[in-house]
Design a protein around this ligand. Structure first.
Ligand code: IMP
Length: 191
């Protein structure tokens, strides 16, 4: 397996995974290299389902092994919400800011702040289908802190740290994050 396609157009995710796969002699392509690829609707009710759906489509279209990821934030006091719906928690066209504001308002007055990010990374090629899971436990703080990262980073403080993901350097975040952990499992498998 020398070439792999990442089912994403997110330049940040592509560069991050490309750097990790280079030492393994794997050339990472992405959806940017295949303009004919359509946007896959993430309509499954699990992270694994969405990740597999995207990877199956991209592998079938390109004939190459494909990798895809889907992430959700699970908050205990909200019965696991927003979970698989994290990207559109405040509505179909919600911005990151809208979603964070909705989360803080739903958490108003709640003392149990426990939450976790969960990522499913799927690898698909012909009859091969593997899913790797990464989890990062932490808590939802009461107001936004930090301006790095994206999404829910300003209100998520990972366990063992006194800073939010939005205050930590990307190198630290990538090492301990849900996505980083799932990708490490993928890399171990590819090795
Ligand atoms: P996706 O599966 O990477 O598209 O992530 C779905 C949604 O989860 C995003 O729209 C973000 O709101 C949120 N999300 C994913 N990864 C992170 C992260 O590392 N930090 C904060 N929010 C994230």
């Amino acid at each position: 397996m020398k070439r792999l396609v990442l089912a994403s157009r997110n330049k940040h995710k592509i560069e991050e995974l490309r750097d990790l796969l280079r030492p393994l002699g794997i050339d990472l392509l992405s959806a940017l290299d295949f303009p004919e690829l359509e946007e896959v609707v993430e309509d499954k009710d699990t992270l694994e389902g969405n990740a597999l759906k995207k990877a199956r489509y991209v592998s079938a279209m390109t004939g190459l092994p494909a990798v895809s990821d889907d992430t959700g934030l699970e908050v205990d006091a909200l019965a696991g919400a927003p979970g698989v719906y994290s990207a559109r928690y405040a509505g179909e066209d919600a911005t990151y800011g809208d979603n964070v504001r909705k989360l803080l308002s739903e958490m108003d007055g709640k003392s149990n702040r426990r939450a976790r990010f969960r990522t499913a990374v799927a690898l698909v090629h012909d009859s091969l289908e593997e899913v790797f899971e990464g989890i990062c436990p932490g808590q939802i703080i009461r107001e936004e802190k930090g301006d790095k990262g994206f999404g829910y980073d300003p209100v998520f403080m990972p366990e063992g740290y006194e800073r939010t993901f939005a205050e930590l350097d990307s190198e630290v975040k990538n090492r301990i994050s849900h996505r980083g952990r799932a990708i490490q499992k993928l890399i171990e498998y590819l090795k």
